[in-house]
Design a protein around this ligand. Structure first.
Ligand SMILES: *Cc1c(COP(=O)(O)O)cnc(C)c1O
Length: 339
């Protein structure tokens, strides 16, 4: 294991965010819900152009991009992708050109993350139905034809190298827990392209913490092919091997709750609305409508169902995404039509 920790430290990494992020106790929320002790890891405050969990992945991905002498990066996602916004900021900070393959069509007045992508100088390639970076290879190929050196970052930054950011995050968490003199029984986190959950699970093994991760699924899996859990197992095995750890992960290691998908990715329902208002009013903390709001809605429901016992400690990992609130003003404002 010490060998794996040495490998982790030896990887090229660009400092893009401010770490450690705050680790806070949710006193009021915990009391009101009457369940386990609640803490929050504030990765909405990673600091890179309004923050978010992708900054941790991008520190390693940009480390490799600069190491390889690349002059541009290509990635993709939904029009309101937090990953794309943080990638655009990382590219600006490191002097690389940024190309984003975004789902949808150009809107009349861009807002939320898309507005920020533009302010950060990213070049946007509109991709219609393809909101998962399907056109990334084609855009990278085009750049190579122009004798450019693009660095390709997959959807969500979720390859083994990106997920490494969350292995390192567990070491940070270990320090947070020590300071607070608590042990975490559970981590609850929004899970979508998988790098966050896979990295956390491998990191918990590497740093020998006995904490169970519950991923709240944000997006429906593909209807055919491997399940999300087997994707997480494959990614974790690849990540483990890259650090010199055994590839011992099976689907059983990954607890994913699929029952909070509502009407699908990015569709704000009562679950998200209630969770966002509740946490804003009771803690003064903003959640996003697509990821952290849904994950918190899931956590609140799991607490109400008695999934965690009162003596346990649960850490909610706030993954950021707050700029998307503004793109969902119609779904969240008090004048929103009751659904
Ligand atoms: C990308 C993202 C997630 C999910 O992380 P994955 O590593 O893709 O599973 C959660 N929350 C926010 C705000 C995100 O942008």
């Amino acid at each position: 294991m010490s060998d794996a920790r040495t490998r982790l430290d030896a990887l090229p990494r660009v400092r893009l965010g401010f770490f450690p992020t705050p680790f806070v106790k949710l006193e009021r929320l915990g009391r009101l819900l009457g369940g386990p002790r609640l803490f929050m890891k504030r990765d909405d405050l990673t600091g890179l152009a309004l923050g978010g969990n992708k900054t941790r992945k991008l520190e390693y991905l940009f480390g490799e991009a600069l190491d390889q002498g690349c002059d541009s990066v290509v990635t993709g996602g939904a029009a309101q992708s937090n990953h794309c916004r943080q990638t655009a900021a990382a590219a600006a900070a490191t002097g690389l050109e940024c190309h984003l393959a975004l789902g949808g069509e150009p809107p009349e007045s861009p807002n939320g993350n898309l507005l920020l992508d533009q302010l950060l100088g990213a070049e946007i390639h509109w991709c219609g139905d393809g909101r998962k970076g399907e056109r990334i290879p084609e855009i990278a190929e085009g750049l190579r034809h122009e004798a450019r050196r693009p660095y390709v970052i997959p959807y969500g930054g979720s390859n083994a190298l990106g997920a490494t950011g969350f292995v390192a995050a567990v070491r940070e968490l270990q320090g947070d827990l020590k300071k607070e003199r608590v042990e975490a029984d559970h981590l609850v986190v929004a899970s979508s392209s998988g790098g966050t959950q896979a990295g956390l699970v491998v990191g918990l093994d590497l740093f020998e913490l006995h904490t169970r991760v519950t991923g709240i699924a944000i997006d429906k899996g593909e209807t055919e092919g491997p399940t999300y859990e087997s994707f997480l197992a494959d990614l974790s095995n690849e990540l483990a091997v890259s650090l010199g750890m055994p590839a011992r992960y099976g689907t059983d290691e990954f607890l994913v709750r699929h029952e909070y998908l509502g009407l699908g990715y990015g569709v704000v329902g009562e679950l998200e609305r209630e969770a966002i208002r509740f946490v804003a009013e009771q803690e003064g903390i903003l959640l996003d409508p697509v990821y952290a709001g849904r994950a918190m809605g899931g956590l609140i429901d799991l607490i109400r169902q008695g999934e965690f016992s009162p003596g346990e400690t649960v850490v909610f990992w706030h993954t950021g995404g707050v700029p998307a609130l503004f793109a969902h003003a119609r779904d969240l404002g008090s004048q929103a039509p009751a659904s």
